[in-house]
Design a protein around this ligand. Sequence first.
Ligand code: ZN
Length: 75
Amino acid sequence: MWRLNQSQDLSAQSLRVRRWVGSARCCFCDHDETIQHLFIECPLAKLLWRTIHIAFNINPPTSIEALFGTWLAEV
Ligand SMILES: [Zn+2]
């Protein structure tokens, strides 16, 4: 999470900045792969969040800040 907060994540978008030559597309849905996409917008992430919501009554996050904000604020 600290690395995510420092924009040192391993999403395709971040890796391409570091001259990585692999695909910048999400391997699940072929959308541009960003952290926002991987954790919030991807259809697979949405399915997982819906499952978590049904099983544990935890509402899906609307942003990365909403997902990790309170944890990162304490680092
Ligand atoms: Zn996706």
